[in-house]
Design a protein around this ligand. Structure first.
Ligand code: OMP
Length: 235
């Protein structure tokens, strides 16, 4: 399902439970943002809460970053598709077979979610990449994994906005770029490393901005969302 409004901001409902998440969701509507359900809320509340959000008209990105053997990931993504989610993600580091098997498993469905590959987490910097034995140049790693994801038939990738211009030029407008690690100029980094402001991310070619704590931890989350919407509308 794809919202008729096509909002670019995805707000992660990184809350401990449904009641707290609904304090935000109850004050916004699907014309303002899309919603992301990640590991914390999904583990606490499960698939029925995801279905409830979809029923209220929101596009839901199920962010469980599957990374396992090909069959397990493919079947998990089919289960996500059956919930009616708009987007689901898998780790590109799971490799070609995992991505291709998952893409094939979704291809027969009448309504399938966008299948997105996570490249290198936006919290990772050169030092951390080197520590786990990967190329310490984040742009090179992201470029390599994005090309592989595209070759496996995925609809796009999660990357930092710092890599967006390079990937748009390489893979074209249809290859979706989902960018977390978005921080307004006056916001703290928290645990993110590769960050960009919302305005710069849009200019760099991000299709969707995942913006969490600058919105969800603000004194007035809806006002914070509206401020960022206004800022990117002027680009
Ligand atoms: O797949 C994701 O959504 C994701 C990938 C990534 O590389 N970095 C990243 O931060 N995320 C998610 O994006 C959100 C970022 O939240 P904030 O740092 O609070 O804006 C969190 O829900 C993360 O789980």
């Amino acid at each position: 399902m794809t919202s008729q409004y096509d909002p670019k901001i995805i707000v992660p409902l990184d809350y401990a439970n449904a009641a707290t998440a609904m304090q935000f969701v109850g004050r916004v509507d699907p014309s303002l943002c899309r919603l992301k359900v990640g590991k914390e809320l999904f583990t606490a509340e499960g698939p029925r809460f995801v279905e409830q959000l979809i029923k209220t008209g929101f596009d839901v990105f199920l962010d469980l970053k599957f990374h396992d053997i090909p069959n397990t990931v493919a079947q998990a993504c089919k289960a996500a598709a059956n919930l009616g989610v708009w987007m689901v993600n898998i780790h590109a580091l799971g490799g070609r077979k995992m991505m291709e098997t998952t893409r094939e498993a979704l291809s027969g469905l009448s309504q399938r979610p966008l299948l997105i590959g996570v490249t290198i987490l936006t919290s990772m910097d050169a030092t951390q990449l080197a520590e786990v034995g990967l190329n310490p140049d984040p742009a090179a790693m992201v470029g390599r994994l994005a090309a592989l994801a595209k070759d496996c038939g995925l609809d796009g990738v999660v990357c930092s906005a710092q890599e967006a211009a390079q990937l748009k030029a390489q893979h074209g407008a249809d290859f979706k770029l989902v960018t977390p690690g978005i921080r307004p100029a006056d916001a703290g980094l928290d645990d993110q490393s590769r960050v960009m402001t919302p305005e710069a991310a849009i200019q760099a070619g991000s299709d969707y901005l995942v913006i969490g704590r600058p919105i969800t931890r603000a004194d007035d989350p809806v006002a914070a969302l509206m401020r960022i919407r206004d800022a990117i509308a002027q680009n």
